[in-house]
Design a protein around this ligand. Structure first.
Ligand code: ATP
Ligand code: MG
Length: 413
């Protein structure tokens, strides 16, 4: 016999206080986003691998080394979703959502999968709250989207939050800039880390993310994309910043902000928390005006973000979680009375009360203890002398007509 089976590396179980705290986070997100007109969306946990290869970008870390891919049994490659934006865009195209009033706004609370080295704040299955607004390139969409994440993090009490924001401009500007940066990197190859040097061709912008001291020195003087933006992209960016200022959002402009997904154009942003350790990114996003076309739809602008639920919960004070109320616990003295006990429990639930019945064959004394532990307001006891109702607050107990128990425990709110 081998030992007990455990959850896979980089995954975890959610139960008890954790489960309740997570529901509180989800409810807060739902309230805030639905009040802003975002509707819930659920997409499948896996998609055609091609969606991510084309959408997220073949050169990205996610596609190069972080995807859990498998054959669907018919020779087609599938991948557990590593992120939510490409699937939501796929759904927009597949369901002809361009026919609805634009932008179409969706939010999700879903789990995602990345093959990474597990550590604090980094898992192989993790949860994200995400919001996507598709179909308008108005800078107001960018500003509102960022504002909503700022409000969500604030309402959850996430500590020491910083917002960095930048703009990547149009794809043509980025391509031109990319070539310029590659020239610069090649000219300073000696100072770069092995990894950055090996990716000059494939992904030169990631050099800004490197923590290697030599690379950082080189990058201090590297040309900045923000300085090469076309006039209309610069104007778009300035309008976004203006609206954020008007809404009182504090931000820092970051000329080196590069996100790990290829689909971004124009606005990009990231919220981090100094209360977290190395894994300080709480959430981020940006505009992805080329993504829908990339996955086979008509050219359609989009804007969105995703925030990590584990990191939110690490950086926020524990959510106040009220133990669920229990109106009635139904106890019985002997197995012959179980049928009556079950009937009362079912009737209580039907009339809107929370009710539990003894499920472990405890003695009557044990059942009363269990009722106390469960926080029951009343206990109905089916015994040899009839049915008693105990008020757990006053300790008072009296015999009642079993048919009148629900009348005695009052009406639910
Ligand atoms: P990081 O730089 O930490 O790898 P990322 O750029 O890969 O983050 P995104 O793809 O933008 O992250 O995802 C948005 C958010 O999802 C992150 O800010 C983070 O809070 C969370 N996140 C990303 N990967 C993981 C993971 N493996 N485990 C837990 N949370 C994660
Ligand atoms: Mg990552």
């Amino acid at each position: 016999m081998s030992g007990a089976i455990q959850a896979p590396r980089g995954t975890y179980d959610v139960f008890g206080d954790q489960a309740r705290a997570r529901v509180a986070v989800e409810q807060q997100a739902r309230q805030l986003l639905e009040a802003a007109g975002y509707e819930r969306i659920e997409t499948p946990a896996f998609e055609a691998t091609d969606l991510f290869a084309r959408g997220v970008g073949a050169a990205t870390d996610i596609v190069q080394k972080e995807m859990f891919s498998f054959d669907d049994g018919g020779g087609r490659s599938m991948t557990l979703r590593p992120e939510g934006t490409a699937p939501v865009c796929r759904s927009y195209v597949e369901h002809g959502m361009h026919k609805r009033p634009q932008p179409v706004k969706h939010w999700y609370f879903s789990s995602f999968f990345r093959h990474e080295a597990p550590q604090a704040g980094r898992y192989r299955q993790f949860w994200q709250i995400g919001a996507e607004a598709i179909g308008s390139d108005d800078p107001a969409v960018d500003a509102e989207s960022i504002l909503l994440l700022a409000e969500l993090l604030e309402s959850l009490g996430v500590r020491e939050v910083r917002l960095r924001i930048g703009s990547l401009g149009a794809p043509a500007t980025r391509a031109e800039y990319r070539a310029k940066l590659q020239d610069y990197l090649r000219a300073h190859e000696g100072g770069l880390s092995e990894e950055v040097r090996s990716r000059i061709e494939l992904n030169p912008l990631r050099a800004f993310d490197s923590s290697h001291p030599g690379t950082r020195t080189v990058m201090e003087k590297a040309p900045r994309l923000l300085d090469s933006l076309a006039a209309e992209d610069r104007a778009h960016f300035d309008e976004v910043l203006g609206m954020l200022q008007a809404a009182g959002v504090t931000y820092e402009i970051d000329t080196t902000l590069v996100r790990g997904l290829d689909y971004y154009t124009r606005t990009v942003f990231e919220f981090s928390s100094d209360a977290l350790g190395a894994q300080s990114g709480v959430g981020g996003g940006g505009r992805y005006d080329g993504l829908i076309e990339q996955i086979g739809g008509a050219p359609t602008p989009g804007m969105g973000w995703a925030a990590g639920v584990e990191r939110i919960m690490l950086a926020a004070p524990p959510m106040p979680v009220a133990a669920p109320a229990l109106d009635l616990y139904v106890a019985y003295a002997k197995p012959e009375l179980r049928g009556q006990a079950f009937k009362l429990t079912a009737d209580a639930r039907k009339s809107g009360h929370s009710a539990q019945v003894e499920l472990a064959g405890r003695s009557l004394k044990g059942q009363l203890k269990a009722a106390g532990r469960a926080g029951a307001r009343y206990v109905a006891i089916f015994g040899d002398e009839g049915t008693a109702l105990k008020d757990m607050e006053s300790g008072e107990q009296r015999l009642v007509d079993p048919a009148a128990v629900l009348h005695h425990i009052g009406h639910p709110l």
